[in-house]
Design a binder for this molecule. Sequence first.
Ligand code: 5GP
Ligand code: MG
Ligand code: MG
Length: 183
Amino acid sequence: MDIDDLGNDIEKVLVSEEQIAARLVELATAIDEDYKGKDILLVGVLKGAVMVMADLARAIHSPVTMDWMAVSSYGSGTKSSGVVRILKDLDTDLSDRHVLIVEDIIDSGLTLSWLVQNLRSRGAATVEICTMLRKPEAVKVDIDVKYIGFDVPNEFVIGYGLDYAEKYRNVPFVATLAQHVYS
Ligand code: 5GP
Ligand code: MG
Ligand code: MG
């Protein structure tokens, strides 16, 4: 899918496909360096992190394993509920594992700060976070996000895994939607 398939749904492209690809190589290089000699367990947060997980995992040179969690966050609207619920849990025992959470976006940080606590309590050796996008609100929460792709403005964005009402996840860039889409 590309911009020509989207009619007039896109308001503005915030991060291009090329920018994403280049940044992922930089993040993967940093991850390879930081985890030298260690086995990494990448934990992707469904469904938004599917694209970043697939591309990041392939950019990393070290051996990785991948597992997935689904937690409730936004539903079909555009506001965070603040309530976190496990919809699908990991299959992996985290004892002494080096866990790297892979996320699409951090906004209020509610989901991630809860997730970090939860995974630490299962005995992981380390728990770090890699997020493709970060919104301004995230700066206020007290969690250490080790790997960040891009800072985006405080607007609702779609693409590269991020949806609006389950649509637009396969848009290869990150963009805001035109007003008509919401009405
Ligand atoms: P937080 O708990 O940090 O507020 O948000 C967590 C989740 O909400 C993200 O992983 C993502 O799934 C969703 N989310 C936050 N901001 C946006 C956004 O701008 N667009 C979309 N599509 N989802 C978002
Ligand atoms: Mg997410
Ligand atoms: Mg969503």
